[in-house]
Design a protein. Structure first.
Length: 76
């Protein structure tokens, strides 16, 4: 299993992987999944994350690379 960031080239719909990421063996993935379940039990607010910007401010949302990683395509 690998966890990594993806990007899209301009005028493309295909998402491509970056070099930034990690690869996990199956037993490591299972251990991580179990820990995430424990984390959700202790911190239930993590189950429903909220965007880091005001939802009513579209410009802020589009400029946030975490909330909207492909926003720059709208301006090109």
């Amino acid at each position: 299993m690998s966890i990594r960031r993806y990007y899209r080239l301009k005028n493309s719909t295909k998402e491509l992987p970056t070099r930034s990421g990690i690869a996990l063996r199956l037993d490591d993935w299972e251990a991580l999944s179990a820990k995430i379940d424990i984390l959700h039990e202790k911190l239930s607010e993590l189950k429903a994350p909220k965007p880091c910007h005001d939802r009513f401010n579209q410009t802020s949302n589009l400029n946030c690379r975490e909330c909207c990683p492909y926003a720059f395509e709208l301006y090109n």
